[in-house]
Design a protein around this ligand. Structure first.
Ligand code: ADP
Length: 471
């Protein structure tokens, strides 16, 4: 099958979070299964652009309302990612350093989708499936099905994968002219609660809707930032497919970012060596269990609770553990975390910012990964942590609930808690510290989690089965 993924992120070209990881790996697995899988994304000014060779495959013009723009589609020459990678260059709009966060993001992603539709319409043989990801590509199914200019695309099956329904990309009807002329009878296919809502539109228009875990899909019917009735209404075409992880990138045995590589048979030695480096770098005590948090410092991840959790853990459990936080996000949360430095001795430190290398080293060095998420569509961190022998301490929600079993249950290997509340999380930290002291149990769990299989093999096939159900 010929599969086209449309996304704002794709690792290692441009990544902000889990969306990048998924779009950077799923297509490769589909290609390995014998399909022609490709990714189309905006051409940002990221390092990847300058370190790879490109060929121009298409050049044309299109319009965003009254504004005509030229665009160029370039293709990575060496197939370095294991799938065809196309970047869309629109001068002045997409060629920026960051992926999101600009005032004209609506214009940027509308123009991107129009350019892609224009390019796809010029193909001699059309793809078998168009797979769009999150709201940045959410208008694409509508554009294919209901705009006059792109009628040629209207019968191609479409799938939307929702990596995060909190962000929907809604904008006002005053910007309706950005969309190519469309059948006005179809206004309802764009609309949600008085706005043009790209994510809602994708849910209405796509042939199938997938979420990145089963439990997240169940939760969206009750808590999806206003889309609850839509998920309930469209439940017949929705399904959960859990994300896989890419063991070519995330495997402590081959990971170049680590100080020492290790596998199941030498996990204790390997982790200790990496922990020594991290403890030295951040002034932490090697003999205490190391808890890490890696992620966006936002309420969704429960990051705002961390200062109080760390404070209370020291107060109620004692200074028996280290915490190391890596992330960036809300300024208030960042300064709340930084303020802990005042009480820190050799047991707390932080790195505010994005650092891919450091994240790998931290997964390897840590004893426990803390994820107090309020919402977690799938969560990749807990999957990476487990591959590196780091025990997840996570809230019972979304994909965390689907991938971690509590040590109190038969065959369990993680620590779960129910509420994103300081008391519950601190109690879980206490359980982790107790577990750390039982060296044999700790070793058994480490070996077990490193051997669990969260590879893409099964999930990539589930997506292909879904595409094949259209034919
Ligand atoms: P999200 O909701 O942010 O997409 P996921 O758990 O799905 O959450 O994916 C998060 C990904 O981003 C993981 O690969 C994680 O290691 C990475 N990540 C998040 N914040 C940082 C950071 N500050 N530095 C390095 N990697 C980060």
């Amino acid at each position: 099958m010929q599969i086209v993924h449309i996304s704002a992120e794709c690792y290692p070209v441009a990544k902000v979070g889990g969306l990048g990881d998924v779009v950077g790996s799923l297509p490769r697995f589909q290609s390995e299964m014998g399909h022609q899988s490709s990714v189309v994304m905006p051409m940002y000014r990221t390092n990847y652009l300058y370190t790879h060779d490109w060929e121009v495959v298409h050049k044309a013009s299109s319009n965003l309302g009254h504004w005509w723009f030229d665009y160029t589609v370039i293709k990575e020459k060496s197939n370095a990612q294991g799938f065809s990678l196309y970047l869309v260059d629109i001068n002045g709009l997409l060629d920026r350093e960051k992926v999101y966060g600009y005032e004209d993001d609506v214009e940027r992603f509308c123009a991107f989708q129009i350019a892609v539709a224009n390019w796809l319409s010029s193909w001699g043989s059309l793809p078998h499936v168009v797979h769009v990801h999150d709201h940045h590509a959410g208008l694409f199914p509508f554009i294919m099905q209901h705009t006059y200019a792109f009628k040629k695309l209207q019968h191609i099956p479409t799938v939307v994968t929702i990596h995060n329904a909190q962000y929907q990309g809604a904008f006002g009807w005053d910007k309706t002219m950005y969309l190519p002329h469309w059948d006005s009878w179809k206004r309802g296919m764009l609309e949600w609660q008085g706005t043009i809502n790209p994510l809602a539109s994708a849910i209405k228009c796509a042939w199938k809707v997938t979420t990145v875990s089963h439990s997240y899909l169940d939760e969206l019917k009750f808590m999806s930032n206003g889309l609850e009735p839509l998920f309930e209404f469209e439940k017949g075409k929705c399904m959960g497919i859990i994300n896989g992880i890419d063991y070519q990138v995330w495997d402590p045995a081959i990971d170049n970012y680590l100080t020492e590589n290790y596998a199941v048979n030498d996990v204790e030695k390997g982790k200790l060596r990496n922990k020594e480096i991290i403890c030295k770098q951040f002034g932490l005590d090697l003999n205490k269990p190391l808890f890490i948090f890696i992620g966006r410092l936002v309420g969704e991840k429960g990051a705002d609770l961390l200062p109080q959790v760390i404070h209370d853990s020291f107060q109620h459990i004692g200074r028996k553990m280290n915490f190391l936080v890596l992330g960036s996000g809300d300024k208030e949360v960042e300064s709340g975390i930084a303020s802990l430095k005042k009480i820190a001795k050799a047991d707390f430190n932080e790195y505010i910012g994005y650092n891919e290398n450091l994240s790998h080293l931290m997964y390897a060095a840590a004893d426990f990964l803390l994820m107090p998420s309020r919402v977690e569509p799938c969560g990749l961190n807990q999957l990476y942590a487990m591959k590196y022998g780091t025990i997840p301490v996570v809230r019972r929600t979304g994909g965390l609930k689907d991938t971690v079993v509590d040590i109190g249950e038969e065959g369990g290997y993680g620590i779960l808690f129910n509420h994103a509340a300081v008391g519950d999380i601190t109690q879980a930290v206490y359980r982790a510290v107790e577990t750390y002291q039982q060296k044999e149990t700790l070793h058994t769990i480490r070996k077990k989690i490193m051997s669990l299989d969260f590879s893409w093999n099964r999930s990539a096939k589930e997506y292909v089965d879904l595409y094949q159900s259209f034919y």
